[in-house]
Design a protein around this ligand. Structure first.
Ligand code: CO8
Length: 243
């Protein structure tokens, strides 16, 4: 699956809806046992959640948007398919979450590309299930530091802490992903799927048990004047940085 929501593959409501439909089609296709998730946008895997979906909109809109974000996580994290992220560009926040949902992460070894959960840098807080996903990937201590500081790691740093499994030259990313896929597909599906479910179920169950309150928390947090102001300043900073 090649994501192409130019310029930066931000996860808008429309994009998430389309992504979910595409994923479901593959999930229901008995002939499809694995998916490689990558980007068609130059230098960016995904810029994370579309900030414009979290700014200046109605409470109803925020609730609908957040439900779609939860759904994306639930479907991708629990996919029966082998999922490999071929991270061919930067991948902050929601982009990093998507990559962490996959079974294996390969990143282009370009030190200019960065990945991490940088929410605190925007003045917002990564929800508990973003945190849980990161803990499951890199452990508690590294997650605590990453989340508090909103760290974005360069590709070599991300590899060092285990946030990505493998670094390769950019031109080799797709062929490496295909080779890794073959290794994973050599394992009988049912045994791999049950093992994945055993590993991930407690994390999934935590969101399922608190799904409604998580939506309410998001809506009441994001509608605060101070949070709206932080997001506005952050968008302004992005535009200014570009000059
Ligand atoms: N949402 C919406 N628009 C974006 C986003 C985004 N996430 N990222 C970039 N854009 C826009 C820019 O504003 C710019 O717009 P315009 O052309 O109108 O000026 C355009 O996309 C291109 O961006 P850049 O010029 O910055 O492109 P670069 O190639 O220089 O850089 C980056 C690309 C590295 C992706 C850079 O744009 C960047 O760092 N973006 C911000 C990424 C980010 O911080 N995302 C976090 C989103 S929050 C999230 O995912 C989780 C939230 C959890 C919820 C918390 C509960 C409250």
């Amino acid at each position: 699956m090649k994501m192409e929501n130019l310029p930066v593959n931000s996860l808008s409501l429309d994009f998430l809806t389309e992504f979910l439909i595409s994923l479901e089609k593959l999930e229901n296709d008995r002939g499809c046992r694995g998916v490689i998730l990558t980007s068609g946008a130059p230098k960016i895997f995904s810029a994370g959640l579309d900030i414009m979906e979290m700014y200046g909109k109605s409470a109803e809109h925020y609730a609908e948007f957040w439900k779609a974000v939860q759904e994306m996580w639930l479907r991708l994290y629990q996919s029966n398919m082998v999922t490999i992220a071929a991270i061919n560009g930067s991948s902050p926040a929601g982009g990093c979450l998507m990559a962490m949902c996959c079974d294996y992460r390969i990143m282009a070894e370009n030190p200019k590309y960065s990945i991490g959960l940088n929410e605190t840098q925007l003045g917002i807080v990564a929800p508990f299930w973003f945190k849980d996903t990161m803990v499951n990937t890199i452990g508690n201590r590294a997650t605590e530091r990453s989340l508090e500081l909103g760290l974005l790691y360069s590709a070599p740093e991300a590899h060092k802490i285990g946030l990505v499994d493998q670094l390769v030259p950019e031109e080799k990313i797709q062929s490496t992903a295909a080779a890794v896929m073959s290794q994973w597909l050599a394992i009988p599906d049912h045994a791999r799927q049950i093992t994945k479910s055993v590993m991930r179920k407690p994390t999934v169950d935590r969101l399922l048990a608190h799904r409604e309150s998580d939506i309410q928390n998001f809506v009441s947090f994001i509608t605060k004047d101070s949070i709206q102001k932080s997001l506005q300043m952050y968008m302004g900073m992005l535009k200014q940085r570009r000059g």
